[in-house]
Write a protein of this length. Structure first.
Length: 109
């Protein structure tokens, strides 16, 4: 199980990655995080983060009709969001490599 503190540092990048794959809404993001093995991330965590991403111009939001209830706010990446995601990916590889070396998962060259 991934602890909340560990997840906090990478959650924004994970959400950007999910939105990059397809335009989506908050509850669906929560479901996808769980499907990928990141545990149950509450909507109370996701929605404030989505608002911050929107405020920082990393995502755009639009209301769309839903077949099961009220309209939903769908999110998609902006150009700035795509740049931020690419930076996250680079940083993630560096962090992943360093921690694996430390834990003995990757042999030093």
């Amino acid at each position: 199980m991934i602890t909340t503190q560990m997840l906090k540092g990478v959650l924004e990048g994970c959400i950007l990655e999910i939105i990059d794959k397809q335009e989506t809404y908050g509850y669906e993001i929560s479901q996808k995080l769980s499907q990928y093995g990141l545990g149950e991330v509450s909507e109370g965590t996701i929605y404030p983060l989505l608002l911050r991403l929107q405020k920082n111009n990393l995502v755009d939001a639009s209301l769309k009709s839903s077949v099961s209830g009220p309209k939903r706010k769908y999110f998609k990446l902006t150009e700035k969001g795509k740049i931020e995601l690419e930076e996250f990916r680079k940083n993630w590889v560096d962090l992943f490599t360093a921690v694996n070396k430390l834990m003995g998962g990757i042999e030093s060259e």
